[in-house]
Ligand binder design. Structure first.
Ligand code: IMP
Length: 185
C-alpha cells in the first residue's frame, strides 16, 4: 500500500499516508466528541505544524468546539534549541476552559511543557494533548503524557503534513523521513 504512493526523492521512508492520517483523525474525533460533549472545549493548535492536522481533526469532532492557535518555538533546523519562546499568543481566554492542545509531533516535550505551564498559570480547567506523532526516545521532560497519540515513531527527522525542515515540506500530504543528505551538506 505505502509502496503504491508516489514518494518524493528527498524522502527515505513513508511514516503515515494521507489515508492513515484521515483514519487517525476519524478515531480521535469520535473519542473527543464523547469526552467533551457539553464542555465546549478549545482546540489549541501549535503553529505552524499543527495546521493540516487541526483542519482534518476538527471535521470529526461532532460537539460544540472552539479553535485557536498559539506559536511557541524551540527549533531551528533539525535540532531543539532548548529554550521555548511564545512567538504568537492565542486570543481566547483559557480561564475555566477545557483545553485540548493539538500538536504535530512531540520530541523533547519542551515546547508542549511550556505551553501547558502557561495554560495552567492562566487557570485552564483541564488540559489534554492530542499529537499526530510522538518520538518518546527524544523526551527530556517526563511530565508530558499525551492522551492521544496518532503514531509513535523512532528518533528520525520527519517532514510533511505540517512538519517542516527549514520551513519547507509542510505542504506534503503525507509524513515521511527526510533523507539525511538534505540537511547534512
Ligand atoms: P519538542 O519541544 O522537542 O517536543 O519539539 C516539538 C516541535 O519540534 C514540533 O512541534 C515540531 O515543530 C518540531 N519537531 C520535532 N521533531 C520534528 C521532526 O522530526 N520534524 C519536524 N519538526 C520536528
Amino acid at each position: 500500500m505505502k509502496d503504491d504512493i508516489l514518494k518524493d526523492d528527498f524522502i527515505d521512508e513513508i511514516i503515515l499516508t494521507r489515508e492513515e492520517i484521515a483514519g487517525i483523525c476519524e478515531k480521535f474525533g469520535e473519542k473527543l466528541t464523547e469526552e467533551y460533549r457539553g464542555k465546549r472545549p478549545i482546540l489549541v493548535g501549535l503553529l505552524k505544524g499543527s495546521i493540516p492536522f487541526m483542519a482534518e481533526l476538527m471535521k470529526h469532532i461532532k460537539c460544540e468546539t472552539e479553535i485557536d492557535f498559539i506559536q511557541a518555538s524551540s527549533y531551528s533546523g533539525v535540532k531543539s534549541k532548548g529554550a521555548v519562546m511564545i512567538l504568537k499568543d492565542m486570543i481566547t481566554p483559557v480561564k475555566d476552559r477545557h483545553v485540548i492542545i493539538v500538536e504535530d509531533i512531540i520530541d523533547t516535550g519542551l515546547t508542549i511543557q511550556e505551553v501547558m505551564n502557561l495554560f495552567q498559570d492562566r487557570g485552564a480547567k483541564s488540559i489534554e494533548i492530542v499529537t499526530l506523532l510522538d518520538k518518546p526516545a527524544g523526551r527530556t521532560v517526563n511530565t508530558v503524557t499525551p492522551k492521544y497519540i496518532g503514531k509513535t515513531i523512532p528518533n528520525k527527522f520527519v517532514v510533511g503534513f505540517g512538519l517542516d525542515y527549514d520551513e519547507l515540506y509542510r505542504n506534503l500530504d503525507y509524513v515521511g523521513v527526510l533523507k539525511e543528505a538534505v540537511y547534512k551538506k
